[in-house]
Design a protein around this ligand. Structure first.
Ligand code: FES
Length: 254
């Protein structure tokens, strides 16, 4: 079930220019959280700001914590970044559906602020895996942590590290194979992942979490078109925050 709790900030640090790394004591929520799920963080009780949906980057059931790594993208996250250990925040979660973890050779793909949710997945997936991380430039946050869980390929837009180009360019250049792709990142990247999976005949689970705004079904900013194939083809509107954020790439119409 989902919990609505006052969570205490255990620690917060700056990871790079505009990316922050926060650990929250969330009590029993930590036991239930799964890779690919998210929490909604109510930034300030007194303000009218909507909660911020932030994907879960790490889960520690024993210490009852979840870790979130987020980018400053507006007033809410800017305020969040100023809070210190000991501050209490309302947190709702775990929310959404996580990745469906299979025991098959995997390719994990994260782009930009879609990288953090792949870390807990990389940790929990016990099969052989290749991890592909797409960055803008040499600011390759979290890369070292991923290296503990498998081979890491990097792509950068400016070519400063790894393959110049996007994550699919890196997968092709290094000729890496797998049966299932798990991916999270911006829409253009996910479109590329969907096309690549179709071309190679692979299953792809994609998280559209970047499309979310309020995270609690209130704003409808996250609606996407989804195709359900059950003999007939239906196109339906789905809310990423309620029906996702993880979808089978075959279902998503971009
Ligand atoms: Fe607001 Fe889904 S993010 S309704």
């Amino acid at each position: 079930g989902k919990h609505n709790i006052k969570a205490e900030i255990v620690s917060q640090k700056k990871l790079s220019t505009d990316i922050f790394d926060m650990t929250l004591n969330v009590g029993d929520m930590a036991k239930e959280a799964l890779p690919g799920q998210f929490v909604s963080v109510y930034v300030n009780d007194g303000s009218k700001l909507l909660p911020r949906p932030i994907s879960i980057c790490g889960i520690d059931a024993k210490h009852k914590t979840v870790r979130i790594v987020y980018r400053i993208a507006g007033k809410g996250t800017e305020l969040l970044s100023t809070y210190e250990a000991g501050t209490r925040l309302n947190v709702l979660g775990p929310l959404g559906n996580g990745f469906n973890m299979k025991n098959e050779k995997a390719i994990l793909i994260g782009g930009g602020i879609g990288i953090p949710p792949m870390l807990e997945l990389a940790k929990q997936l016990k099969c052989e895996k290749t991890i592909v991380l797409g960055y803008r430039n040499q600011d390759t946050f979290l890369k070292e942590e991923f290296e503990a869980y498998g081979e890491v390929l990097v792509s950068t837009e400016d070519g400063s590290v790894g393959t110049k180009g996007n994550v699919i360019d890196a997968v092709r250049e290094q000729a890496r194979e797998g049966s299932v792709i798990y991916a999270c990142g911006p829409t253009p990247m996910l479109k590329g992942v969907k096309a690549y999976a179709e071309e190679m005949g692979l299953e792809a689970q994609i998280s559209l979490e970047e499309r979310m705004a309020c995270g609690i079904g209130a704003c409808l900013a996250c609606v996407c078109k989804s195709k359900e194939v059950d003999g007939h083809t239906h196109v339906r509107n789905k809310r990423v925050c309620k029906d996702g954020p993880v979808f089978d790439a075959k279902e998503v119409e971009f």
